[in-house]
Structure formats: C-alpha cells, structure tokens
Design a protein around this ligand. Structure first.
Ligand SMILES: NC(=O)c1ccc[n+]([C@@H]2O[C@H](COP(=O)([O-])OP(=O)(O)OC[C@H]3O[C@@H](n4cnc5c(N)ncnc54)[C@H](O)[C@@H]3O)[C@@H](O)[C@H]2O)c1
Length: 397
C-alpha cells in the first residue's frame, strides 16, 4: 500500500488540546469548570439606552459572570418593568436620564456602556469620565470630530479607557481576514472591497437622528479598511443618491459608492445601501498580486441546500439584520472591554483610528455634496503605532 509509510502514532498517544479556532467550546469549558482567569472583582456597570444596540449589550452584560448591572438609564419608562421582569433584574436600578447623576456619583459603578441616541453620547461620556468611570461607547462617540477629540483627551487626562464600539473588528471572520493580510498572504494589497447593504430598512425616525449615512453606516466600512490596511487614504471620491423619496426628503442618501486612494497604491471600494431585501449583505474582499482573501455572507442555517423544480440549487437566506450577523462580534467586544478593565488586554480600538474614520467620513460627505475629489492630509501624530497592537481577540476568548 503506497500510503502505509505515512501512518503515524495513534491519535490517542498525542496530547489532546483544542485550537483557538474552537473558541466557542473554550468558553463553555470556562463556564463549566468555573475557571476565573486571574483574580478580579465583579465590575459594576450602568447601561445607557436599551433600544436596538442597547438590547444587544444588555444581553451580553446580564449573562456575564464578570458583571453586575447596577443601573439601566432609559427615558422610555414603558421598557422598565418588562425588562426587570424578563431578566429578573431585582437589584438593578432603573432611571430616567434626568436622574443620571445618581449613576455618576455611585462609587460602585466602575464603567458606563453608552447605547443611547448619538446626540446624547458626548454628555454621558464626559460626565462618566469626569467621575472616573471607564466608558464603552457606541459609535459615533460624538457628533463631530472636535467633540470626539475632546472626549478622548478627557479619557487620557483622567486615565480611563474609552472604547469605541466598532463591533466588526471583533467579528471572527473579519479578524481572520486581517490576520491573513497582515501575514502577507496576498502580498501588498492593491484592492480592498467592502459591500455593506443594510437590512431591514431603518425607520425614518432613526434616520433623522442618525447623523447621515456616512457617519452612521460608512464609518464601519471605512474602519474595516483602515484597520486591515494600517493606512489612511490620501483621496476620497463619492457617488451618492437617494432612491427612496422619504430618505431624499430628509437630505440623506440610500445608495453610496466610495472610492478611497491610499499613498501606498491601494484602492479601497465601498458599496453601501440602506435597503437590501434579501438580508444584511456584508462582504469583504482583499486582493493583492499574491492572492485574494475574502469573508462571505453568513447564514443562520448553514450547510442546507435544496433543489425544487428547475430553478437550480437554493440555500437558506443570509442573516437578516446586524444583531444576528454580528452576534459574536458584540459578545467579543464586551469581553474585550472587560479584559481592558481587568488589565488583561490593551484597548484595541485606537482613538487615532476613530478620529481618522470620522475625518474620512466627513470628507466622503463633502465629496458627495460637492462632487469633487477630496484630498486628505495627515500628520505623523495622526497615526497610531500599529506595531504595538495586541493579537487576535478571537483566540483570547
Ligand atoms: N455598532 C452597531 O452595530 C450599532 C447598531 C445600531 C446602533 N448603533 C448606535 O447605537 C446608538 C443607539 O442606536 P439605536 O439604534 O439603539 O437607537 P434606538 O432609538 O433604538 O435606542 C435608543 C434608546 O435610548 C433611549 N434614550 C434616549 N435618550 C436617552 C438618554 N439621554 N439616556 C439614556 N437613554 C436614552 C431611548 O429611549 C431608546 O430606548 C446610536 O449611537 C447608533 O449609532 C450602533
């Protein structure tokens, strides 16, 4: 037999271990064997806002043995009792934002999670930092770049972490793409493409206070590109239209194409839509002369294919919405925040990247408005030190 020479020792003679890729099992083992990695005190947290994003964070926080959820602040009081009953939050205090000073003055609150509407972020972040609380803040941290910069300066001054919740950085598929690109597997990146089509179509009420498609949506895609490349663009050009009359009426866009040109020769392409009827279409492709690496759409039911009549092979639909598609990312970003608070990891979302993303999104807005190509200039101090970055979040769970 030609292959008998390849017979190895019995697999039972080899050490049994789970690779980092089996991180879901790893978490179960930790939960079952009750291994506390390093001693720590339970972290007291206050959550601001339990809408679309806040409900996701609520679930991560309530289920986490490292957390004690001390406060929920939300002006919509009709949510209080159902939340209290459903999650059995007998010790959590519910407050309206007018009484938020109780949170800031409570010494048991170590950290604040901000998932209220964008226009409320800056005030909550500033007050929390002034009271020496660590902050996890949904994007965007503030409504413009100067206010965002002030929030980071305050965080630095008081010595507290301020994490911007760019959830896609914590998605296992996207971090794998980045790891492979950073290992040089595709060589120098010549083209990076992100396709991001929202589903379901957000309400007009949300869109009116969203800050517009560039600061609400494109920031995630811009962040993906600069995070993978470790480089900021020198030029942006944009085509943007509104095919939905109600979106045109509020002066926003539902369809956008962004072209980013990088000093090293890379071209970035972002294809954005507010309304995809077949699910939340999230794809990423990185191409270089040595090869290509991409992250395709994912499905809640995978591995099932069916064929009926003559319409060809069919598969189950892709994830329908952002909470479903990025479930792992939302859990991982909370874990990362808690690890930062317990000195196990360094903050992985560099404030300089957040400011750069805001600057690029504003340049995109200007390019859409004027139809011009916008040049971007960067100083040495605008860039983070990428070589100091921490390793894979995924493998640390
Ligand atoms: N990273 C992501 O994937 C992601 C996804 C969605 C939204 N977001 C961000 O999250 C934030 C909230 O968006 P959303 O879609 O959850 O909005 P939402 O309207 O669904 O929820 C906001 C909640 O905040 C409450 N609220 C209003 N004012 C408040 C205040 N001053 N203090 C505390 N709570 C207050 C509202 O009653 C509501 O329950 C926005 O900044 C948005 O950009 C991020």
């Amino acid at each position: 037999m030609a292959t008998v020479q390849f017979k190895d020792v019995s697999p039972y003679k080899l050490p049994r271990q789970h690779p980092p890729e089996d991180y879901i099992y790893g978490k179960y083992v930790q939960d079952v064997t009750l291994q506390k990695t390093g001693g720590y005190n339970v972290i007291g947290i206050a959550l601001f806002g339990v809408g679309r994003a806040g409900s996701i964070h609520l679930t991560s926080l309530v289920k986490n043995p490292r957390v004690k959820l001390l406060y929920i602040v939300d002006d919509d009081q009709s949510k209080w009792k159902p939340l209290k009953d459903y999650w059995n939050l007998t010790e959590t205090i519910f407050l309206a934002s007018t009484n938020a000073s109780q949170v800031f003055n409570d010494e048991n609150v170590d950290a604040v999670v901000v998932a209220s509407p964008t226009h409320t972020h800056e005030q909550i972040v500033t007050q929390a930092l002034d009271h020496k609380k660590a902050v996890f803040c949904e994007k965007p941290v503030a409504e413009d770049i100067e206010k965002t910069r002030k929030c980071f300066e305050k965080a630095k001054k008081v010595g507290m972490p301020l994490l911007t919740a760019f959830n896609r950085r914590f998605d296992p598929a996207y971090s794998t793409v980045r790891e492979r690109v950073r290992k040089g597997e595709v060589g120098h990146v010549t083209t990076i493409k992100v396709c991001s089509r929202d589903s379901p179509l957000p309400t007009i009420e949300y869109l009116k206070q969203s800050g517009g498609i560039f600061h609400d949506c494109a920031v995630h895609d811009i962040d993906m590109i600069i995070w993978i490349l470790g480089e900021y663009p020198s030029k942006v050009s944009v085509s943007a239209t509104a095919n939905i009359p109600e979106i045109a009426e509020i002066g926003d866009h539902d369809t956008v194409a962004i072209l980013l040109t990088f000093p090293s020769g890379t071209i970035g392409v972002i294809d954005l839509s507010r309304n995809s009827n077949y699910g939340y279409d999230q794809r990423l492709e990185v191409f270089g002369f040595k090869g290509m690496v991409r992250a395709e759409n994912q499905q809640p039911v995978h591995g099932v294919e069916f064929s009926c009549g003559l319409e060809g092979l069919k598969r189950s639909p892709i994830f329908y919405s952002f909470p479903s598609r990025y479930q792992a990312g939302y859990i991982n970003e909370t874990e990362h925040f808690l690890n930062v608070l317990q000195d196990k990891e360094k903050l992985s979302v560099d404030p300089k990247d957040v400011l750069a993303v805001t600057k690029i999104a504003s340049a995109c807005e200007e390019a859409a408005r004027t139809g011009r190509i916008i040049e971007l200039n960067w100083n040495e101090e605008d860039h983070p030190q990428y070589q100091k970055e921490i390793g894979s979040i995924r493998s640390k769970l």
